[in-house]
Write a protein that binds this ligand. Sequence first.
Ligand code: SF4
Ligand code: SF4
Length: 339
Amino acid sequence: MGYLLNENNFNDVIQEWQKDYLIYAPKKMLGEGMYSDTDITRYAAINDISEIEWEKKSDFSFKEVLLPLSETLFYYTEGTVKEAEANRKSGAVIFLRSCDLHAVKRLDEIYLRNGYEDFYYQRLRANVRFLVIGCSATYDNCFCVSMGTNHIDSYDAGLTINDGLFHINSHWEEMNPLFSRCSQKEAEVVIPFVTSNQINVKVPENLSIAVNSASLWKEYDSRCINCGRCNFVCPTCTCFTMQDIFYTDNGKAGERRRVHASCMVDGYTDMAGGGSYRKKNGDRMRFKVMHKVYDYKKRNGYHMCVGCGRCDDVCPEYISFSHCVNRLEDAMKEVTGNE
Ligand code: SF4
Ligand code: SF4
């Protein structure tokens, strides 16, 4: 069903939702950008529709709503362990773009269907509703069309803005009476999705781990400064590390947290006894790229990368993930001697 709402109407809907849900959306944070006196767009809880940043791509994704940057798992004292409560007990409504809803599928695959279900992810994932904001135009560095993530229908509601009205296409039957009550009128609504990007990416058909010995990776040894930004903004990066926080000197009371980790950062592969699997930045870049466009697909049948382009947006060294993927064809020719 389709509904047309003005800003006040939409805020009435938000107020009703807030009885059962926290509402998360991309929000501009003034002065919090990566350079001084710059802003950033990232996800936060909102109370009013005017707080949402509609124009810009969010620098960070929705991911932190489902996988907090730092999450306490349990508290312990000498003889007892107590599970930490979830940081959100209500449901959540998340405003996001098509590529990011495709990324939710990747997170679910990793945390819910990859062996044991992750209890901490599951409890934040339960009762989450997704509102997809249509994309009328592509953003810088996006390559969603190449990755097949530019379009999606499996949303609870789709939304686009025309002539100052919010046009909503609802698949959320339970909410249709509310949309109907709050809307100016009901109408057919088509959510726009881009059909082309400025950047196109081609993953070679014959890509194999033979490409690991290609010369291109060496270039990243010196270019990459292993800051990890590309991982932290990626909606499909899912690694974390554990931290024990001791409340007492004897270490017998404290809490265990999991915090986001990055395969590009020094120390990620350090082992007990002093071993480390990937010491060079080029090896880390190879691991990241191959995981996004090769390993994951071998297991799950579709690529991990959704083509949001945030890793390219954020890299302080102007390293382009999409450009690197487009170099894999030549790299395969180099290693197979097929030039
Ligand atoms: S590729 Fe760029 S963003 Fe990623 S770790 Fe290297 S320098 Fe940082
Ligand atoms: S690898 Fe880059 S383009 Fe792909 S999903 Fe992650 S941040 Fe987006």
